[in-house]
Each structure stands twice: as C-alpha cells, then as structure tokens.
Write a protein that binds this ligand. Structure first.
Ligand code: WTA
Length: 644
C-alpha cells in the first residue's frame, strides 16, 4: 500500500472543483465530448463562434483532428486585448533576471503595446500569415513577446532551446524553412554568457534566413550582417503600436516544436490555434487551481513545451500574473528559487523533479531561511517524481500544506493529461493520479489488447482532446506512423504505466528508445547518429541508465574503426563532439569502448542487453542464445562503466 495524502480541506473549500464535481465533469466530458467542449470552448473569445466542436478520427488510414473548426479567433487577442479593459494595469509578466538585482514588471497594457510593435516590425520585414519564424532566445520578456507577435499576425513560431548547438539550430531552421530568426546577442545563465548570436551565425551559414532580429541583452560584441541582421530595439522603435490581431481559423497553425522520438531526426510537432488555447488555459486554471490575483511561477524554459503552455499561453489567456525566470536554481546560491518565491510572493510554483532532487541534496537550510508563506500549490513535471523527492518537496518546501500536482503530459499533448486537481484528488507520492477532463487513458499489452483493472501496460489515449498535436510539420505520414500505428486506432504515448486498485496511474517511463535526461527528451538514435558522424567511430549504441540527479543519464557504447586505438583523450573528444553536434544536454555520462556489440544473427543490436549492462544489472540478461557472438557480452560486462 502506498501512502495517501487526503485533500487539504482548506484548499478544497476554495477550489474550483471538489471530488464530486470532478467525477461529474469527467463523466460528462467522456460521454458527451461535444456538449462538454462546446461549453468550455467559450472560455476564450471567438471572432466568429464555432458551430462544430469535435471532428476527430484516430483511424490509422486517415488520422484527422479538428476542433472548433468553423470558428475564428486569435491567440494574442485572447492573451492580451481581451484583458485590456478589465486588467490593463495588472502585471502580466514578472521578469526575474539571472542577477537578483534585475527584475521587471510588465503590465498587460505594456505587453500588448510591445507585442504590437514587434508584430508590425515583422510585417514591415515581409513576415506574413503562415510564414515560419524561429526563436532562439534566452528567458527574457522578448521571448514571450516574439511568440505573441507571431500569433498576432498568424506567423508560425518554432522555438529552439538556447542550449542547442548551431548544427541543431540549422536543422530546425531548415526543417520548417524559416523566413525569420529572432535571437539575442548573448544569453545569461548562472552568471555565464551563452553566445546565442554567434551560434545563430554559424547556423545561418548552413541555412540562411531573410531577416534576423537581435535583442540586445548583454551588449556583448557580435557580428551583424548588413541587410539581414537588425536590432530589435531599432526595428521596434519606429513602428506603430497599433496592429489588429488577424482573424484566424481555429485550425490555423500556432507553433511547431521539435521533439525527439525513437527514430530518426526530431519531429516538428504542430499545434494549432483554438483547441490548443482552450486546453492550455483550462488545464492551467483547474490543475493549478488558479484564482484571480494569484502569482504563478513555472520554472521551465520557453524552449520546451512546458514554457509554451504554462509560462505563456495558458496563464496569459487566463489573465494571470506569470513569472519568467532567466536564471538557474543554484545561482547566486542554492536558495535562489525560494528567494524568488518570497520576493514576488509566489502562490503557485511548478518545477521539475530534477531541480527538486538537486536542491534536496543541499539540505533543508537553504529552504528554511526563506519564509515561503505565500505558496499554496506545488507542481511537478517532466519525469516520474521519486517518493523521496516528493516527500521533501511536500514537507520542506510546502510545509505539508500545499498539494503537489504531479502532471503527466508530452510535447505532443499540448497540455496536461493526467494529474491531480488540488481540491479533488487525494495524493499518492509518485502517482500522476487521474485523467483530466476529456482524457481517456487505456493500458494495453504488447499485442494491443486492452487491460482491465489494476494492471501495468503501454499507455494509450483512445480519443482526442482539444490540445492534441495535429500533425508532424510537413509529414503527416510520419505522424500516423509514430503515434497511431503501433496500436491501430489509438494514440500511443511511448510511455509505460501502472494502474492501481483506485484507478490511479503511475507512469513508469518510456518504453521506446527515448531517454529522459533531467526532464529533457533525447532520442538514442540522435546521439548515435552524432557519434557515428565522427571519423574515428565505426558504430555506436546509446541507452539510458539510472542517474541520481538527472533521472536518466546517457550511456554510450562505441566501436572504433579497426585502425583506431581507444584513449582517454579520444573519450573526451567524443564527449565534446556530441555536445558540439547536438548541445550540452546530450553530453554522454558514461562512455564504454566496445570492440563488439551484442547482435542477433540478422545484425540487430540487442538493446535490452546493453540497457541491463548499463544499469549494472547483468544478473538477469535473459536469453542470449540468439546472439551471433555471445562472448561480446562477457567483454562488455567486464568493462562496464556504471558500477554501484
Ligand atoms: C515524461 C514534457 C512521469 C514522459 C511535458 C513523457 C513524465 C515525456 C511526467 C514527455 C510525469 C512528463 N511523470 N513522466 N509527471 N511528465 N513525463 O515532450 O516520459 O518534453 O512521455 O513533455 O516526459 O516529455 P516532453
């Protein structure tokens, strides 16, 4: 039996829904999705109201997902204009700089004006509806402003996380045929500078854009190319702050976000306008039990989906005050998160287990010297939270009075799918608990047979919800292949899960070749192809292995060309190579020289065995008799790198 933490009655009293209401709403949402979403779709403004609500098919031959399809709206209008009358002077974004002495409050009125100016500047440079604009930005207000400016004119943004390498950026510019790139001279994180424009220059050598707009963040020395590169400050200074929001179809694309999968290069996950915003704003309100006046802080980076849905779009659509943090949890000290909570009187705090684990390691003192009295709700996202970290978060950070919402979702899902609701759900540490409205999870065995009751299996979702991705940008076939062909007729998440006797879901992690490093998704195939691109490498296999802080670390097996000798220098060089090819987040944690890899007689690498060895758990390797050369396994065990 796992521990149960009943709903805090004080929270329940003020919450949007209690358990009874949750059950009633959930029932309606799955029994009559048209009525349910027809009603809740009205939470955003529509220029032309929809008459059709749900038109979706998971049929493997014809996957087609449309929500509110005959309505028209605009995301920036919903995040800005509609608040001006009622809350124009309310703070929309609290920006907290890397250096604690820097912060800025931006009201809805200011934000609206800054978005309009940038939108006009982009239009003046020829960016129009449907064009792709790539953002490679630090966590500064201009990142949110650029997102909203794109949304305002119907341009499609594609954010590339600032930690990605020039090559990764070039691939993503090419992937969506970007017309414009918005970046900054340099980023600032933990007191260190990140050479964004220099990286962007290297990327634009490989794929050039028409316009590159550069925000001055540090004032560092950078190159500006005549005719292409312009300063944000210059192009926005002269433009008008009047820029009407484009009337867009509900299914007009809002953004592309590249994410790693089990095969090939990252896919461009495409989200659209109406359904996405309804879902992001509704989950933000209910999951965090957001109330008028709350100060809300999500510590993610806008380069990931969490930043899209729960720093920018969900909160701003709800007229919330959202905090945007440029820095890192341990700079200038390991109390930084808690100091920021006190400084800005944060009520709702949403972060990742990897951050909790690394701060937990520093003991209770750095937390206890802060008051944290303003906190009411805590959230977790990105990977399973281990009960030890959950308990620390609950008792030391939340002082036992703040419900923790462990939110399970994916880039593809647009918003949270499985989660507690603060006033409705008794908590069990480590469980994402129950589905949100409209979400129908199903566990299936490897043949796709649905499993009933308390069980464990592959996690699928059997029907659509409004925030779901619509396609892989430019490759609908890949969308179908990746998500709807493993278990035909169902959306397959790539995750495994257990369901307990109370119907609670416990996500057990990826069941495909994706690993989760500090909450960042990494495809093993991507790291492998980076490694084999090195002239001295013949073959490489990459697996995840348990890592105390990161959740999973990257374990690589490398076979060198016949005329190459392994050495420590070469090891360092290969680690650097991967960082250079993909970015620091893909740095291998362990590298093992492997003269041979375990393969079947047909030449398929047996990853199951490599995973076990990387986990230092080789007592249960299972059947190795089908291997072409079983002796390579002994050699690999002998030289394993991750010994406990
Ligand atoms: C994992 C991040 C357990 C999961 C929003 C999923 C989680 C992948 C949780 C998506 C959670 C996310 N508990 N696992 N609360 N949240 N995951 O696309 O494996 O960056 O498939 O989206 O993270 O990662 P992504």
């Amino acid at each position: 039996m796992s521990d149960i933490y009943p709903v805090n009655p004080e929270i329940a009293q003020k919450a949007h829904v209690d358990n009874e209401k949750y059950l009633e709403m959930y029932k309606q949402s799955v029994e009559n999705p048209d009525a349910f979403w027809g009603e809740h779709g009205k939470r955003i403004d529509w220029f032309k109201p929809y008459t059709k609500v749900k038109n979706t098919s998971f049929d493997t031959h014809n996957v087609d997902i449309r929500w509110f399809e005959d309505g028209t709206t605009n995301v920036a209008h919903n995040c800005l204009d509609r608040h001006l009358e009622t809350r124009g002077d309310q703070v929309a974004i609290i920006w907290e700089g890397d250096d604690p002495s820097e912060s800025e409050n931006i009201t809805y009125k200011d934000l609206h004006e800054r978005v309009c100016k940038l939108a006009n500047a982009m239009k003046a440079r020829g960016v129009t509806k449907g064009d792709r604009v790539t953002l490679y930005m630090p966590m500064i207000p201009e990142a949110a402003i650029a997102m909203l400016a794109c949304a305002r004119i119907g341009a499609i943004h594609s954010i590339v996380f600032g930690g990605f390498s020039p090559d990764a950026l070039a691939d993503r510019l090419r992937g969506c045929d970007a017309k414009c790139l918005i970046t900054a001279d340099e980023g600032l994180r933990g007191g260190r500078k990140v050479p964004l424009k220099a990286n962007a220059d290297a990327a634009m050598e490989k794929f050039d854009v028409e316009t590159c707009i550069v925000v001055k963040r540090t004032g560092g020395n950078i190159n500006m190319k005549d005719g292409r590169d312009v300063w944000y400050e210059d192009v926005t200074a002269a433009t008008s702050s009047d820029c009407p929001a484009e009337e867009l179809d509900a299914e007009h694309p809002l953004f592309i976000l590249y994410t790693s999968g089990s095969t090939g290069q990252p896919k461009g996950v495409l989200h659209t306008t109406g359904g996405y915003l309804v879902y992001a704003s509704m989950t933000h309100e209910y999951v965090f039990d957001y109330h008028e006046g709350d100060v809300y802080w999500c510590t993610a980076d806008v380069g990931w989906v969490t930043g899209h849905s729960y720093i920018v779009y969900g909160p701003l659509a709800n007229g919330a005050t959202t905090l945007m943090f440029e820095g890192v949890p341990n700079y200038p000290s390991v109390s930084r998160f808690w100091e920021v909570c006190d400084k800005h009187k944060v009520n709702i705090f949403y972060t990742a287990p990897t951050a909790i684990r690394s701060l937990m390691r520093e003991g209770d003192e750095p937390v206890k010297k802060c008051s944290l009295d303003s906190l009411r709700i805590l959230g977790s996202v990105g990977e399973p939270i281990n009960p030890e970290a959950w308990n620390w978060y609950n008792t030391v950070v939340g002082k036992g009075k703040c419900p923790i919402v462990d939110t399970w979702w994916q880039t593809e899902t647009g918003g949270i799918l499985i989660t507690p609701l603060p006033g409705a759900t008794d908590l069990k540490p480590g469980s994402a608990t129950r589905p949100f409205f409209g979400v129908q999870p199903e566990l299936v065995d490897n043949e796709g047979n649905p499993l009933d009751g308390a069980t464990e299996g592959n996690l699928c979702i059997v029907d659509s919800w409004p925030g779901q991705m619509r396609t892989c940008y430019g490759d609908h076939e890949r969308f179908i292949q990746t998500y709807f062909s493993t278990y035909p007729g169902k959306y397959f998440t790539g995750d495994g899960a257990r369901r307990d006797e109370d119907g609670y879901y416990w996500i057990t992690g990826r069941v495909d070749d994706v690993i989760n490093v500090s909450g960042h998704r990494m495809g093993t195939a991507e790291v492998e192809s980076a490694l084999v691109a090195h002239p001295k490498v013949a073959e490489a296999a990459v697996v995840g292995a348990p890592h105390d802080l990161k959740g999973q670390g990257i374990y690589v097996y490398v076979t060198l060309n016949a005329d190459e000798e392994p050495s420590d220098e070469l090891k360092t060089e290969l680690v650097k190579w991967v960082r250079h090819e993909i970015g620091p987040i893909a740095s291998p944690d362990w590298l093992q020289w492997s003269p041979g890899l375990p393969k079947t007689r047909s030449g398929k690498i047996m990853r199951r065995i490599l995973r076990k060895i990387a986990e230092d758990d080789f007592g249960s390797l299972g059947d190795t008799s089908t291997l072409a050369d079983p002796s390579v396994v002994d050699e690999l065990i002998e030289n394993r790198q991750n010994r406990s």
